[in-house]
Design a protein around this ligand. Structure first.
Ligand code: PSV
Ligand code: MN
Ligand code: MN
Length: 374
């Protein structure tokens, strides 16, 4: 099951231009209505993630109830300590204790929201870092980060988790305070079992072997979630599986290998994408389908044959087992899966024929901006 992000439904763009699209949501309720369409046509996107304060409402329990009435649930609560002027030199790692307090209070407020929505996961991404050598003390910033995380960790309920996301660069360019999986992992281990790593597939250096990271984290019981998207150059937030479907397959192969599809392992599969030039609901439907295809192919890997070839040192034979699975056309299988559930075999065609897009274009005037990428 795949979680879609509320911010994917609003207008987004680059720092050069946001191209406003017709029919985009004007408030969190309308974002959830759009997310419900993605689930209605794919049968595989039952939850939607919120980003606070982009999705601020007075009554979160009512928002959760509204989501339920449309057949979806509210998922991860994404904190936002990166867009206030106060955070120019960092949020929880800021040299100013007052700013650190404000940032940590926001994270605690997000846990309050989780209590109201029934969400399990708090997703933390910090833009904190420095631009120049010597600007601030690298180690002291880690201490401040650890203090804030510990305070929020203490506040988590028994069944709540903290997902700590990392990102190599941007907006800070010399150091990010959580630049890589090792840093995130170290903090999560120090915090305890409720703290787990979130792998955003767009947050690595080019050429990074992400499936290796996935294997390592699953092996250590610390893979909490994915923020799926696709990239060519930076944090492009393009549709998952669009630039490199083979990489997505390799990642899903390690997920399968490490038991990551087992609900008990509790890996959350989330999209973190923006649709700048393509229609947003269709973009989300296509992304869900791309993850389904990669997952189906990963499940087709002949594990005993792979192990036999590996044990025999049969380099090309082992590689061929993987490639056979990757090169299988799983689309008919997925059409069958959908039809068995009473869904249309082609979710995009069914969505386009439904008239939903025409309806929201007529009803919604003056849609919102996602808040990111502008
Ligand atoms: C940061 O680049 C990030 O990946 C984090 O998950 C943010 O919350 C999200 O993007 C906002 O789109
Ligand atoms: Mn992300
Ligand atoms: Mn990102």
């Amino acid at each position: 099951m795949i979680e879609t992000p509320s911010w994917a439904y609003g207008n987004s763009g680059t720092r050069f231009k946001v191209f406003a699209q017709r029919g985009v949501p004007r408030d969190p309720y309308e974002k959830i209505a759009d997310a419900a369409q993605v689930h209605a046509f794919t049968g595989a996107a039952p939850t939607v993630a919120l980003h606070i304060p982009w999705d601020k409402v007075d009554d979160y329990a009512a928002l959760a109830e509204y989501a339920r009435s449309l057949g979806v649930g509210l998922g991860a609560i994404n904190a936002n300590v990166f867009q206030d002027d106060d955070y120019m030199l960092g949020s929880v790692t800021n040299p100013d204790p007052g700013v650190r307090r404000k940032a940590t209070d926001h994270l605690l407020e997000c846990v309050d929201i989780m209590d109201a929505t029934g969400s399990r996961d708090l997703k933390l991404w910090f833009s904190d870092g420095t631009n120049y050598p010597g600007q601030d003390d690298i180690r002291t910033r880690q201490d401040r980060l650890a203090d804030a995380l510990a305070e929020v960790y203490e506040r988590l309920g028994q069944h709540q988790r903290m997902l700590l996301e990392y990102k190599l660069f941007e907006p800070s360019f010399y150091t990010m305070d959580v630049p890589d999986w090792g840093t995130s992992f170290a903090h999560c281990v120090a915090l305890g079992p409720k703290a787990v790593v979130c792998v955003d597939t767009g947050h690595h250096a080019p050429g990074t072997n992400i499936e290796f990271i996935v294997a390592m984290l699953l092996r250590a019981g610390k893979l909490g979630a994915f923020d799926f998207n696709s990239r060519f150059y930076a944090d492009d937030d393009l549709m998952v599986g669009s630039a490199d479907p083979f990489q997505l397959f390799r990642i899903m192969h390690e997920v399968v290998r490490g038991g990551g599809l087992d609900p008990a392992t509790a890996v959350a599969f989330m999209l973190d994408q923006c649709h700048n030039i393509e229609p947003k609901i269709q973009g989300q439907i296509r992304s869900v389908m791309n993850v389904q295809e990669a997952t189906a192919k990963a499940l087709l890997v002949d594990a005993p044959a792979l192990k036999a070839a590996q044990d025999a040192g049969d380099v090309l034979g082992a590689n061929a087992v993987l490639m056979d699975a990757y090169n299988t056309d799983v689309r008919p299988l997925l059409v069958q899966w959908r039809e068995d559930k009473g869904l249309a075999g082609d979710p995009i065609a069914a969505y386009k024929a439904s008239g939903y897009f025409e309806k929201i274009v007529a009803e919604r005037v003056g849609g919102t901006q996602a808040g990111w990428g502008a």
